[in-house]
Design a protein around this ligand. Sequence first.
Ligand code: FES
Length: 198
Amino acid sequence: MFIPRLSRVAFWLAQELSRGKCPSQAISGYVQRPFSQFMQCQVGHRMENNMFHASIMQKNCLYSTTFSNDASGEEAEQKQKISVTFVDKDEEEKHIKVPIGMSMLEAAHENDIELEGACEGSLACSTCHVIVMNMEYYNKLEDPSDEENDMLDLAFGLTETSRLGCQVIAKPELEGIRLAIPVATRNFAVDGYVPKPH
Ligand code: FES
């Protein structure tokens, strides 16, 4: 590691001197800096004056830039939240912020909104039934799975924009979505309903 670095420095110095730079000026960039700055100085200079080194260092630079951009992008996405409004059976509205990736059932529970969710999101009930209040938003949702449709068929007060709250996952396109909580839910586990086997 050390020997190749020394030879690169020697090569760089030879180039500098051949361009007519004063030796002390050429050396000072390396010798008078702390090690980390020394590396930065080397990077910048090579990118400017030497194609071979520029390509290596550019690759490193790109790598580090990409790496940090990805990290900050992921971080930003994790922190990103959308605004969601729940409207309860008394037509009272509750405005909450929901992190991207969280289900509306989880979001409701975190914000003390009365949305039952008896099976805790395992698609074995319809007590997390919500009604998407705007068709435009309904169309932005993923299509319901067969299992979700089966459970929705059992939901009280089914509408054409009904979904199960545990299956509606926050994503940027849903910013501003409004969800009505039906006046009643049907929990067949409690009500004694046993779904027919397929
Ligand atoms: Fe049971 Fe959503 S909580 S299906």
